[in-house]
Design a protein around this ligand. Structure first.
Ligand SMILES: [Zn+2]
Length: 235
């Protein structure tokens, strides 16, 4: 169920894999997303199993590849439309759903603030990482630790040259080269660069979702697939 589970300096970071759920077919088995065509009852059961495993409720967001911010204090049945989620509530996990996009998990355990961002190509170029940092500061965070979760790597994400140029103009660290030598992007590397430049103590969990069969991958699995989650909370 969890391919990463870490408690460090008063912060819990976790990443799910595709095992331990009840979904079938391309969603097998621990798909955590309601918006990808999976049986809603199966997703509800998967989310219940995750909550039981973590021991805390999870607040999700309705991700739209933007830079919108929502501050929450509980898990909501109708999650807010946002790509940045922040809370000051202890024992409430914040979740980011991805299948190749980059989950960004951060906390200031002293100030008691946690936040997450969903960073894909669009969000990264639009500034979802600065939006997360601004939202964290607004809630009182001053010293952040962060984990950048598994996502598609630069070898596996070739893009047209002009798309690479456009994103790299905004975030130079995302510039990469695919395994066949063509222009590519490494979104997670861009995120890590931005966090490091902002003074955040960041560690990158570098597994590639395309190459790692225990993770859902939109690119590898041909668009119909589940979502895994990056999670962070204050225990
Ligand atoms: Zn890869």
């Amino acid at each position: 169920m969890l391919c990463h589970d870490e408690e460090t300096a008063g912060v819990r970071f976790a990443v799910t894999d595709r095992h331990g759920g009840v979904s079938a077919g391309p969603y097998a088995s621990l798909n955590l997303a309601t918006h990808v065509g999976d049986d809603p009852a199966a997703v509800a059961e998967n989310r219940d199993r995750l909550t039981a495993a973590l021991g805390v409720p999870v607040a999700w967001m309705d991700q739209v590849h933007g830079v919108g911010v929502a501050v929450v204090d509980r898990s909501l049945d109708a999650p807010p439309r946002a790509d940045v989620l922040v809370t000051r509530t202890r024992r409430l996990a914040l979740g980011v759903l991805v299948a190749d996009c980059t989950p960004v998990l951060t906390a200031d355990p002293t100030a008691g603030v946690v936040g997450v961002a969903h960073a894909g190509r669009k969000g990264l170029a639009l500034g979802v990482v600065p939006a997360l940092l601004t939202a964290m500061a607004r809630e009182g965070a001053t010293e952040l630790v962060a984990r950048v979760g598994p996502s598609v790597c630069g070898r596996c994400y070739p893009v047209p040259a002009e798309m690479q140029e456009e994103v790299a103009r905004a975030v130079p660290g995302a510039h990469s080269t695919a395994s066949d030598g063509s222009p590519s992007l490494e979104i997670a590397a861009g995120v890590v660069d931005q966090l490091t430049a902002a003074g955040v103590a960041v560690e990158w969990l570098p597994e590639c979702s395309v190459e790692e069969p225990t993770l859902f991958s939109y690119r590898r699995d041909g668009t119909v697939t589940g979502r895994y989650a990056g999670l962070v909370w204050l225990p």
